[in-house]
Design a protein around this ligand. Structure first.
Ligand SMILES: Nc1ncnc2c1ncn2[C@@H]1O[C@H](COP(=O)(O)OP(=O)(O)OP(=O)(O)O)[C@@H](O)[C@H]1O
Ligand SMILES: [Mg+2]
Length: 174
């Protein structure tokens, strides 16, 4: 698979993190939560059972959410109060793009909290202009390849701060 570099050529389009255990996923979610600000949008993808919801739970916990964070597959959107920021958790697996558009998700994206969208690539056209894509690929029982694609300068900076490994052009992720 060829990974395209983005417009300025010098910046890698994607960054990788090899995760060996569930605890590593939790630690990564915590590190991201440290960087979160009002209006943060995490666009999460990955196959069934890859760990999208597990990541969301750890992220919420790190934001100081005390409630239990369940998969929002049936409720679509759940709002939680956090100590630092509100947390908006979405799962758009069952939505068409049109339905998602009608839900007015922008109010969340532009809101005071941090939003995490599971299956975000299904609604990519209506995601805000700046967001962090996080794709979780299952590589073993507990091992995962986490691929981050920052869109916008803030999220580019995150990848540098998180010391993620740039994926070089032409390099596969598997
Ligand atoms: N490295 C890991 N990271 C995250 N979860 C892991 C890891 N290793 C094992 N797991 C387990 O994998 C499962 C992931 O389930 P989870 O509900 O988070 O997946 P999901 O991607 O949200 O699935 P769905 O597509 O159904 O929403 C959990 O039971 C978790 O304990
Ligand atoms: Mg899930």
């Amino acid at each position: 698979m060829l990974i395209q570099s983005n417009h300025n050529g010098g910046t890698p389009a994607e960054y990788a993190l090899e995760v060996k255990s569930e605890q590593d996923t939790v630690a990564f979610a915590r590190a991201i939560a440290e960087l979160a600000f009002p209006g943060t949008v995490l666009a999460v993808d990955g196959d069934l059972g890859a760990g999208k919801t597990r990541f969301a739970q750890a992220f919420a916990d790190a934001l100081g959410v005390k409630d239990i964070v369940n998969s929002p597959t049936y409720t679509i959107i759940k709002e939680y109060e956090g100590a630092d920021l509100p947390f908006y958790h979405m799962d758009v697996y069952r939505l068409s793009l049109e339905e998602a558009d009608e839900l007015g998700l922008d109010e969340y994206f532009l809101g005071e909290g941090a939003t995490l969208v599971e299956w975000a690539s299904l609604i990519e056209p209506i995601l805000p202009p700046e967001r962090m894509h996080i794709r979780i690929e299952t590589t073993g029982a507990e091992s995962r390849m986490v691929v981050c694609r920052p869109v916008g300068e803030i999220y580019e900076n995150w990848c540098a701060q998180l010391k993620l490994r740039p994926i070089l052009k032409g390099e596969g992720t598997a």
